[in-house]
Design a protein around this ligand. Structure first.
Ligand SMILES: [Zn+2]
Length: 464
């Protein structure tokens, strides 16, 4: 088993070799905290949690550093603060919005079975030079100016994209192509249309910090460059995020981080998860198919959402549907039952092998189904491997009984499911497959259902 990952920058899948196997380092762009996260936001969180778990499995749980930032300075936050807390001074209102939203996010992603990252820095703590000497945004910007990669214009500090010959390598965009289509008049103060903001002035009504360029606030991209370096150093192993972040965000992070120090790479592997659409359509607030994680968690256990996300390979687009969720729920009900709280055992090689191939989760799930069948047929060793694999992947956080009980409380009794199980059991008995009929009876019992056979057929009731 050797881990292979697809790198967006070199467009190839290659063996992953950490810079330091004693400290494998990964950065993933986190949420901008002004509103409930939607299910599209959950995709990178789940995908990179899976990679985090895999890296911990390979290199050891204490040998992996995973940083996911919280963006708590952003103009969308300012608007929300003014709207939701009109009575408070702006800074207090902003803090109220960002703290509430960050807490909601933590609760949501924990319910999705995600481990907490090693560090979750907040951007506002990394704007000004710090007492502990960790990298900050103002110092990074000063370094960029000193090395000739940034300039001041019209009250802003801008990154000079023409100063970096490799600018555009991640997204495959060429500077001269962009020049042709750009509306130059809007950005008259920029040397080149692709130059982007490192620092901008703040009005009295906007959050701001005193800097060498006056009272202002950082651009979005410099936040990640600073926080990644603060915890992971100038060059680290893996940088992740959604496909939509490749340009401009990650392109600009690379430009800043490399040019500030003259390094050859910000991260050695760039990983991006694909888009998510809902019921065949792009998610948008206007079409009414905008789904938050919180709304889904009201209707489904977090592990169902997690499995549903992992059924699709992370680089492929995913179509999020209720039909898919129902399937995932049925699969997990069955898995909980078959795993039967089995303890001990190690994750199965076939599961690890599938994940080692650029997180091939469809293959991983196929391997889990085979293990499930073997366990259901009575192979106790495979039952142990099955349960250990599921735990490693962030499932089986509850006992089988808790799972069954919670489903009853949550969604009421699924009478159709019970009737269909009873029909399966009747068929099994007719075929004299008593092992299977007993298994189904036990599965019903785990759901809190007791059955009674009589001449008229089988009746059932919920045991309370
Ligand atoms: Zn970022």
């Amino acid at each position: 088993m050797s881990l292979r990952l697809y790198d967006t920058l070199t467009k190839e899948k290659r063996p992953f070799t950490p810079l330091d196997p004693k400290n494998v380092r990964m950065y993933v762009c986190g949420p901008t905290v002004y509103d409930f996260a939607h299910i599209g936001n959950a995709r990178p969180v789940i995908v990179f949690d899976l990679l985090f778990r895999m890296l911990r499995y390979i290199y050891g749980p204490d040998q992996v550093t995973y940083v996911r930032n919280i963006t708590d300075v952003d103009d969308k936050i300012n608007d929300r603060a003014a709207r939701d807390f009109p009575g408070l001074p702006l800074n207090d209102a902003i803090r109220a919005v960002t703290e509430k939203t960050a807490d909601q996010f933590q609760t949501d992603v924990e319910a999705l079975g995600c481990l907490p990252p090693t560090f979750q820095p907040r951007a506002t703590d990394f704007v000004l030079p710090r007492a502990d000497g960790k990298t900050d945004m103002v110092t990074l910007i000063q370094q960029l100016i000193a090395r000739g990669h940034a300039y001041e214009a019209a009250g802003e500090v801008l990154f000079d994209t023409e100063s970096m010959p490799e600018y555009g390598a991640l997204s495959g965009r060429k500077l001269d192509e962009q020049q042709a289509g750009a509306r130059v008049a809007v950005d008259a103060h920029k040397k080149h249309p692709t130059d982007f903001v490192l620092w901008k002035q703040s009005s009295a009504e906007e959050p701001g910090w005193e800097s060498p360029w006056g009272r202002g606030r950082p651009g979005w991209h410099i936040e990640c460059s600073a926080m990644a370096e603060a915890y992971l150093g100038q060059t680290f192993d893996i940088h992740g995020g959604g496909l939509d972040l490749i340009f401009p965000h990650h392109e600009n992070e690379i430009a800043q981080s490399r040019c500030a120090h003259g390094t050859q790479a910000m991260a050695n592997t760039w990983m991006h998860n694909g888009f998510l659409q809902v019921e065949g359509e792009k998610m948008s607030k206007s079409t009414g198919n905008f789904v938050t994680i919180r709304e889904l968690l009201n209707d489904w256990p977090g592990e169902v959402l997690r499995l549903n996300m992992l059924k699709t390979h992370y680089r492929s687009p995913i179509d999020w549907t209720v039909k898919g969720l129902e399937e995932s729920a049925r699969t997990l009900d069955d898995w909980y039952w078959v795993a039967a709280d089995s303890k001990g055992g190690h994750p199965a090689n076939k599961v690890i092998d599938a994940l080692s191939d650029d997180l091939n989760t469809p293959q991983m799930i196929a391997a889990l189904h085979l293990l499930r069948n073997s366990a259901a047929a009575g192979d106790e060793k495979d039952r142990g491997k099955f349960a250990a694999s599921l735990r490693m992947l962030g499932f089986l956080s509850e006992s089988a009984a808790e799972w069954a009980a919670r489903k009853q409380q949550g969604g009421g009794v699924d009478a159709a499911k019970i009737d269909s199980l009873i029909a399966d059991r009747t068929d099994a008995r007719a075929n004299k497959d008593f092992k299977e009929s007993d298994r189904i009876r036990d599965q019903l019992a785990a759901m809190g259902v007791t059955i009674k056979d009589s001449k008229e057929g089988t009746s059932w009731e919920i045991a309370r």
